[in-house]
Each structure stands twice: as structure tokens, then as C-alpha cells.
Design a protein around this ligand. Structure first.
Ligand code: FAD
Length: 396
């Protein structure tokens, strides 16, 4: 039987980030992921490295986390991120007051903005519609989730963590009110502590230990179209809604997204109308979308918490929560964003280290990921079986 200090269940960004953080503090970690790394939501994200401007008006605290963490990732994540910048554009139907309010909210949070004339913004992005009435620039970027996962997993491994893709956890063993082990199809792993980083599946994983974690997942669709020549993230400057973001890749743009509550994160309706809506909203910002080929359509499921303060659908908090349970030796993390995965991992690792009496501090914000060489990074993506639809066009 394998023995370890901590088992992390779930190999999305959050789980892999936790494995790295704990391993860097000298904790023995085994991570089990039921599919390839990122098979859940991380490999199916829109891939926007949020500056926080999207959240500045409604959630200043979340926006402040985003600007801090996006700066960290720009520094440490090498070729797993692209430093593109982002534009917020106002179209004729959009409320001018929302534009002013967003700039003011960005300033309050400390997110730099640069207001651009309509000529200047179309010089920067010639594919933008000539209907733009006002625009400003923010330090948004693009994340390649498979690469970020692979680099984080490799760093964890270099610090001694064992990363096991394709190892679904089938049971959490509890004795006398304390978690003692987990089981996969092949073996039992004894552990002093178990972290449930199961994303939208966190409720189901908690059930294995007889614990309730109410989840309120929502799905979102991404539509990739073969439009070239867009270099910045383009955000429609209005209250967050469907289809208001265009994320640029080398030879395509990814349009998204939606937010529809679902019961089952493994089985939900995928609505063709949502795809059509993304194309229409995308065309309003980038007219060449109308005649472009759709090259991919994929859906992700947000790991939103459904407890007391969670909210629902688009109103649900995009912040994260770290939960203790009546069963000792189990910590669950819910919510959050890909942009803030390192911060989430730090908060969870702090809680676990406190229980295990480990006093080493978090060092993940200052230590570069092994992500400088794109070819080596893409080989790691293969090794960890981390290929996902969010960046198949970039990786390899
Ligand atoms: C449509 C959409 C667009 C998004 N866009 C952005 C964006 O542009 N920018 C941003 O910052 N964030 C974005 N997000 C949010 C972000 O993608 C997620 O918050 C983040 O990826 C969640 O990571 P996670 O590790 O918590 O969950 P996941 O990536 O889902 O990881 C949980 C893992 O647990 C595994 N698992 C489940 N059951 C078991 C089991 N029994 N045993 C072992 N493993 C198990 C799953 O397979 C899964 O891989 C988006 C989310 C969605 C849905």
C-alpha cells in the first residue's frame, strides 16, 4: 500500500497547483486525476488571463486577485501565457455610463487602463467593427491551459510529488471520523490528509467521505472560428453577459461564452442556439467572424459553490471557498478562476500545512515554472495527457 502525507483528488489547475505548492513546502503528495490532466474544466476554459477589469464593477475583491495573479503568471508562466493586452469596446447599443463606471472601478482596484480614440483602437485591431464608439486598453492576456497544467505538474514532480493521470478515485476511507486513505481501482493510498479539488465534481467526491458539498455548476460554450489578425482580447463593455469576449490565438479566435445552470456536470444539453448566439455576438465586435469557418465548439462546466452565499448562474460568486468538514483530514476547494489557480492553491496549502504542523511558507509566486521552451512544454503536455480543446491549435 502506498503511503503519503496528502492525496489531492482532481488534476485540474487547482489540484495540480496544490500539489506543486505542498511539494515545494516539503510535503509528500500524490495527485489522482480520473482522466488526463485538465480533463474536467481546465482544459475547456476560455483561456482569458483576466486583468480583473471584467469583474472590477461587481466584484472589486475578485478583480484585485485577478490583477495580482495575472502579474504573477506573466512573470512565472513563460510560454503557458501570452501577454496580449485586452480592449474594452463600447458599441452603439451599450450604455455609456457602464463604460465610465468600469474605468473608474479599474482605477479603484489598481488595474491600469488606457483610453484610446476610435482611430487608435482600429489601428491596433483592424478587424474590429467600425461601430466602436469608445475603447480602453487593459493588461488582459491569454492562458494556454494544457501548457499551464503541464508546467505546474512538472514543477510539482521536480519537488517530489507523484502525479497520476487516469487514476479515478473510487472511495475515501474514513475511520473514527477521520480520513485515513483513498482508493482507486488499483490500490489503496494511505494519507494523513485528503484534498478534494474536484471542481464541478467536488460534491460527488465529498459524498465518498459521507460529506455534503452543494455545488451549482453552470456550463458555457466556446466557439473557435478561423479569423486571423486579432492580437488583443476583445471585451464588450457592458455588464457581463453571453458572448461578450473574443480571445485571440495565432490563427483563430475563440468566442464565448454562456452561463447555464446544470444538474450533472457529466451530462448536460449542448444547445445549438448558444453556438449561433456566440457567432452573432462575435460578429458584432469582429465582423469577419460572419464569413469565417467554425473550427471547433466545446463546452466547460464552472465549479461554482451552491451553499448559502454562493448565488446562482451568472450571479454566482466567481470567488473561491476553502471548506473544512466534520470529517477530519479532508479539505474541499470550490469556485475560482483559472487566472487565480495559484492563489487558490496557496490558500488550500496553508490550511493543510496548518493541520499537518508544517511551517514552510508558500513560495510558488516567486519560483518560475519550467515553461520557457515551447517544445519541451508540449512534450510535457503529452507526458501528463493534458491535451484539451482550449489550446489544441497551439500545443504541439
Ligand atoms: C465556459 C468556461 C469558461 C471559462 N473561462 C475562463 C477564463 O477565460 N479565465 C479564467 O480564469 N477562468 C475561466 N473559467 C474558469 C476556470 O476554467 C475554472 O475555474 C478552472 O479551470 C477550474 O479548475 P479546477 O481545477 O478547480 O477544476 P477542474 O479543471 O474541473 O478539475 C477537477 C478535476 O477533478 C477530476 N475528478 C472528478 N472526479 C474525480 C475522481 N473521482 N477522481 C479523480 N479525479 C476526479 C475531474 O476529471 C477534473 O479534471 C471558465 C470556466 C468555464 C466553464
Amino acid at each position: 500500500m502506498t503511503e503519503t502525507d496528502v492525496v489531492v483528488i482532481g488534476g485540474g489547475a487547482t489540484g495540480v497547483g496544490i500539489a506543486r505548492d505542498l511539494a515545494m513546502r516539503g510535503v509528500d503528495v500524490v495527485l489522482c486525476e480520473r482522466g488526463g490532466l485538465g480533463a474536467g474544466t481546465t482544459g475547456r476554459s476560455h483561456g482569458l488571463l483576466h486583468s480583473g477589469a471584467r469583474y472590477a464593477t461587481a466584484d472589486p475583491e475578485g478583480a484585485a486577485e485577478c490583477i495580482r495573479e495575472s502579474r504573477v503568471l506573466r512573470d512565472i508562466a513563460g510560454k503557458a501565457v501570452e501577454r496580449t493586452d485586452g480592449l474594452f469596446v463600447q458599441l452603439p447599443d451599450d450604455d455609456p455610463a457602464a463604460f465610465d463606471a468600469r474605468i473608474e472601478a479599474c482605477h479603484d482596484v489598481g488595474i491600469p487602463t488606457e483610453t484610446l480614440s476610435t482611430d487608435a483602437v482600429r489601428d491596433i485591431e483592424p478587424e474590429l467593427t467600425s461601430d466602436v464608439t469608445r475603447a480602453f486598453r487593459v493588461p488582459d492576456g491569454v492562458i494556454y491551459p494544457s501548457r499551464l497544467l503541464a508546467a505546474t505538474a512538472e514543477s510539482a514532480r521536480q519537488h517530489g510529488a507523484e502525479i497520476r493521470p487516469n487514476a479515478p478515485v473510487t472511495d475515501i476511507v474514513v475511520a473514527d471520523g477521520t480520513v485515513t486513505a483513498i482508493e482507486t481501482d488499483d490500490e489503496r493510498i494511505a494519507a494523513d490528509h485528503v484534498v478534494n479539488a474536484g471542481g464541478a465534481w467536488a460534491g460527488r467526491i465529498a459524498e465518498l467521505a459521507g460529506v455534503e458539498v452543494p455545488m451549482a455548476p453552470t456550463t458555457g460554450v466556446m466557439v473557435a472560428v478561423d479569423v486571423e489578425g486579432v492580437d488583443s482580447v476583445i471585451n464588450r463593455c457592458r455588464p457581463p453577459g453571453d458572448g461578450d469576449i473574443v480571445v485571440p490565438h495565432e490563427d483563430r479566435v475563440v468566442l464565448g461564452t454562456t452561463s447555464t445552470p446544470v444538474e450533472d456536470p457529466d451530462d448536460f444539453p449542448t444547445d445549438e442556439d448558444a453556438v449561433v448566439a456566440m457567432l452573432m455576438e462575435g460578429t458584432a465586435m469582429v465582423p469577419s467572424v460572419a464569413a469565417a469557418d467554425v473550427v471547433d465548439v466545446y463546452w466547460g462546466v464552472r465549479p461554482l459553490y451552491g451553499g448559502d452565499d454562493g448565488g446562482r448562474g451568472r450571479d454566482a460568486s466567481r470567488g473561491f471557498q476553502v471548506h473544512d468538514h466534520d470529517v477530519a483530514g479532508l479539505t474541499t476547494v470550490t469556485g475560482g478562476k483559472l487566472t487565480t489557480y495559484r492563489l487558490m492553491a496557496e490558500a488550500v496549502s496553508d490550511a493543510v500545512c496548518e493541520r499537518l504542523s508544517v511551517s514552510e511558507p508558500c513560495r510558488t509566486a516567486d519560483a518560475e515554472l519550467p515553461a520557457e521552451d515551447a517544445e519541451e512544454l508540449d512534450a510535457l503536455v503529452e507526458t501528463f495527457d493534458a491535451v484539451g480543446p482550449a489550446d489544441t491549435d497551439i500545443v504541439g
